[in-house]
Design a protein around this ligand. Structure first.
Ligand SMILES: Nc1ncnc2c1ncn2[C@@H]1O[C@H](COP(=O)(O)OP(=O)(O)O)[C@@H](O)[C@H]1O
Ligand SMILES: [Mg+2]
Length: 168
């Protein structure tokens, strides 16, 4: 499958914009999905995933899985697994936690630092890249599967945030 068939860029001027944007994204999600979030520490990956989870109806505390590697949340129709792979240095560490078993027909997996998974990373549906830009954030979406392309197209039609044309 060729990569980056459908892309979208936008600019999120503040944290509120990221939360609002994630709420729009949440309305287009259903299992199974693999979503990856790349960007430096403090780029805003957890901010977006936390807002996604809130929008999906999670009322309990949403911790960053920096130390636990993964936090799981039960929604009515699927389970969301939120990974932070920053501390993974060898793919075998992921084998120990049964990484592959988290990806099933009933799960939405959101991964921060997906690069750390190496060849264990399964087919990604949408790749998000976040970069600091001034006091806001530039966000790029790549739809990498047929369902991922649909999600990116839906966000093109829905988002109220302006297109960002600078290079990421
Ligand atoms: N669109 C945005 N514009 C400006 N600041 C943002 C935006 N989104 C998030 N932030 C801020 O940037 C920081 C991001 O932290 P976090 O989401 O934990 O980053 P990461 O998970 O990428 O390390 C938080 O302090 C948050 O308030
Ligand atoms: Mg984070």
């Amino acid at each position: 499958m060729s990569e980056q068939q459908i892309n979208k860029r936008c600019f999120l001027p503040d944290e509120h914009a990221s939360i609002d944007w994630a709420e729009q994204l949440a309305s287009h999600l259903k299992a199974p999905l693999v979503l990856t979030f790349s960007g430096d520490l403090g780029a805003g990956k957890t901010t977006i995933i936390r807002a996604l989870l809130r929008s999906l109806g999670i009322k309990s505390a949403i911790k960053s899985p920096t130390f636990s590697l993964v936090e799981s949340y039960r929604c009515p129709d699927f389970v969301v697994h939120h990974f932070d792979l920053y501390r993974i240095h060898h793919e075998e560490e992921l084998e120990y936690i049964g990484f592959r078993d988290f990806f099933s027909g009933q799960t939405i997996c959101c991964l921060e630092w997906p690069e750390q998974a190496g060849h264990l990373l399964p087919q990604v549906d949408v790749r998000f890249k976040i970069k600091m830009q001034g006091s806001g954030r530039a966000l790029e979406l790549n739809g990498l599967s047929p369902i991922g392309e649909k999600i990116v197209l839906a966000m093109q039609g829905q988002t109220s945030y302006s297109d960002d044309h600078s290079s990421l």
